[in-house]
Design a protein around this ligand. Structure first.
Ligand code: ZN
Ligand code: FE
Ligand code: FE
Ligand code: FE
Length: 183
């Protein structure tokens, strides 16, 4: 592949900037590790604010999966011989904040449920992008064990997303639309 001879860029690299894919991989692993830990606090809050039993069940189930994903990430760190360290993920912090705002701005009930699903799906999509990338990095770096573990989590995140779509389409969105007509 051709690379441009424009080596400067417009963003100045910090003194400890990643010099190869390996470091980029490790940095992004630390990012998603932080994100998953943050989600173990955000998901229960979403579940507490949901009213649909199906939605509550899905969120609680994904909380259990998230706890397993944290353990799995620790296995990934071990597999690649790096200490498990969490590094703040600005994106997940923002997505969680947005979820909080959505809950504050909606009445408890179907409308808030619809909002919670939208916030949760944005989280899942961020995770799908992250694990997809991490898996590709691991494959390139010949980290087979890490690649397998990351692929496993990627599938869980995809399933969680599909589940949320199903719940939204089953009745919540329709009920939320009707709730508006009552006024
Ligand atoms: Zn992240
Ligand atoms: Fe996750
Ligand atoms: Fe991030
Ligand atoms: Fe997830």
């Amino acid at each position: 592949m051709e690379t441009s001879d424009r080596k400067q860029g417009t963003v100045k690299a910090s003194t400890n900037a990643a010099k190869g894919l390996r470091e980029l991989f490790e940095n992004q692993l630390k990012d998603i590790y932080w994100a998953e830990i943050a989600l173990t606090k955000a998901l229960p809050k979403m579940a507490k604010n949901a009213t649909s039993t199906e939605l509550i069940k899905a969120l609680e189930n994904h909380l259990t999966e998230t706890e397993d994903q944290i353990t799995r990430l620790e296995e990934v760190f071990e597999a690649i011989g790096t200490k498990a360290v969490a590094k703040k993920c600005d994106a997940m912090e923002g997505l969680i904040k947005e979820g909080d705002t959505i809950m504050e701005e909606t009445e408890l009930g179907v409308v808030r449920d619809a909002g919670i699903i939208s916030a949760a799906q944005k989280v899942e999509h961020y995770e799908i992008a992250s694990y997809g990338t991490l898996h590709a990095f691991a494959v390139t770096l010949d980290e087979d064990r890490a690649a397998d573990l990351l692929a496993e989590t990627l599938e869980e995140e995809k399933k969680a997303d599909v589940k949320l779509t199903k719940i939204a389409l089953s009745d919540i969105n329709v009920d939320a639309a009707e709730a508006n007509e009552k006024w």
